[in-house]
Design a protein around this ligand. Structure first.
Ligand code: PLP
Length: 291
């Protein structure tokens, strides 16, 4: 079940729309060219979590595409309308709240913007608990290309996710669950829908590591929230460059994202790696406390 709310100047709280019937024009550039940006947020107890961080990232994704960004208050009101309606239709539930913005119908110059809210599917939590078999896949770009070629939009969350979905299908066809992209110069990047985090302990110092943002990855809001919460709890934090050997040697590796939270990686390219249910529990509690 999905609740749709369109941003519409005639409806200050957002315009509720029926998700069971067509709502977009077929010539919308979001549909015909993937020309737009989006966010996926988790809502708990009727409140979207890390909303400021998601709106900040969406605004900078929109800027990378030269796309006018509707004012934040209109997003906030539409999210609130969507979550109130979801509560009526589905009862209390953790929810996926998507924010979508496209360049709109070709030639009109009028963007399409809407919010879609739906319950978090139960299998997301079940599959995450089992741990992930991950394949390393070459993204084909080197780790310095983002600066040199901003038109690749590497740090933006655009609607052009066909490559990310193709990587996931490729992994599933090989019997794996998920993917960690590497750069052509051999650095660890990110998952198709997640950030990569490692735990290591050196000289008694517990440290969380993640690839450096400059390598052309999306800045993860979950990674940042987790790093802040872990630091407050006494962990050290560090940023790449990281290579596949670091993944194999870490005490634990996770793919993290707003909806799935921490998903432990249990093997890479078919080789089992250490994982730690205790660390997953500790860090999930820290993260949930920070959301
Ligand atoms: C490519 C990519 N990297 C990282 C993330 C994690 O971002 P967040 O933690 O803000 O959900 C996502 C989320 O979908 C993603 O698509």
């Amino acid at each position: 079940m999905t609740v749709l709310v369109f941003l519409d100047p005639k409806f200050p709280e957002g315009r509720l729309a029926d998700a069971a019937v067509p709502q977009l024009m077929a010539a919308d550039l979001g549909a015909t060219r993937g020309d737009g940006v989006f966010e996926s947020m988790l809502a708990v107890d009727g409140t979207a979590r890390k909303m400021d961080a998601h709106l900040d990232r969406m605004a900078s994704s929109a800027q990378a595409l030269d796309l006018a960004f509707p004012e934040r208050e209109s997003w906030e009101r539409a999210v609130s309308t969507a979550l109130s309606e979801l509560l009526i239709q589905a009862g209390p539930t953790e929810a996926v709240v998507k924010l979508l913005l496209t360049r709109g119908v070709e030639g009109t110059g009028s963007p399409s913007a809407w919010v879609a809210a739906s319950p978090v599917p139960a299998e997301v939590r079940e599959r995450t608990a089992e741990g992930l078999a991950v394949l390393l896949l070459d993204r084909g770009y080197d780790s310095t290309v983002a600066d040199r070629a901003p038109w690749l939009l590497l740090g933006a969350k655009t609607l052009s996710y066909a490559v990310n979905m193709a990587a996931l299908r490729y992994a599933k066809a090989q019997g794996a669950d998920d993917v960690i992209f590497t750069s052509s110069d051999g650095k660890v990047l990110e998952g198709p829908t997640s950030s990569v985090i490692l735990a290591v302990e050196e000289d008694g110092v517990k440290t969380l590591l993640t690839p450096e943002l400059e390598s052309g990855i999306l800045p993860g809001t979950t990674q940042r929230a987790l790093f802040d919460a872990a630091e407050a709890a006494g962990w050290a934090r560090g940023y790449g460059p990281l290579e596949p050997a670091h993944l194999m040697e870490a005490d634990a590796v996770w793919l993290v994202s707003s909806i799935r939270l921490l998903a432990p990686v249990t093997s890479i390219d078919g080789t089992p790696i250490p994982s730690s249910p205790e660390l997953t529990e500790e860090l999930t509690a820290l993260l949930r406390g920070a959301l």
